[in-house]
Write a protein that binds this ligand. Sequence first.
Ligand SMILES: C[S@@+](CC[C@H](N)C(=O)[O-])C[C@H]1O[C@@H](n2cnc3c(N)ncnc32)[C@H](O)[C@@H]1O
Length: 259
Amino acid sequence: MTEPLYLGKLAVLYEGQGDADDFKRLAERLGVPLRVTSEPNFDQLESFYLTWRDGVLKLLDRELLKKGGLAVDIEPRPGEQRSWPAPKNTPLGQALGRKTQTVVDATTGWGQDSLHIFRMGYSLRCIERSPVMVELLQDAFRRLGELEWVKNLSLELPELIAGNAIETLAGLDEHPDCIYIDPMFPPKRKKSALAKKSMTILQELLGDDPDKDELFSAAMQSAAKKVVVKSPDYAEPLGGKPSQSFQGKLLRYDVYVKN
Ligand SMILES: C[S@@+](CC[C@H](N)C(=O)[O-])C[C@H]1O[C@@H](n2cnc3c(N)ncnc32)[C@H](O)[C@@H]1O
């Protein structure tokens, strides 16, 4: 049965390369159809696809069908120091803080913040509720584990937990020092030229996260020391006045310290 979330929107695409059974199993796990581009009316069917290209799991829309595709990027961000642990002098690092050791990213998405948190040397668990993003993240963490520097340093990979963080956080065996949340906010304008393709595609596929307030309360309950919320700079702070705020490019990291 197709997941209601993806009904008529998403298919797994087999382009004739790789083991067809892997594609079939992926389609079954997600409850979406398996397609080939040559099938009748292909143009009028789903508008998003998951497929392996060059051994990497990718999400495509119709624009990306001809080339490319979006995968979770496991490389350091431009300008990020390529050492381990990377310095904590970025706005995200400052918001998490030097005394923090354990972090749960409750809204992992494309994993870009999680991977930055991992590279800064925090011990990390990642929660994601979208089954599509979970598949993309699993593929990324497999690739991460194969990187020479990760193997040489015998680093423990982030643990990925599939599910809604509002429930998952309450059942964690250990309270993390910090819980990080970056839910989807409605864009300020209909189409922002600055919005990255990866984020617009996520917005189109999954929509907003209307239960952000509930997620914030669950995070405040479960964090041992603090909650950090990433917000676009036009959005009101999710939990009222924060204890501290760190400014990034067009965004803020609001820190809520527990008393
Ligand atoms: C804006 S994206 C996060 C982007 C991420 N920080 C990054 O660097 O790529 C929000 C993600 O959080 C997930 N999400 C939102 N609310 C959630 C919840 N309550 N539990 C688990 N995942 C959630 C959404 O499915 C989406 O993938």
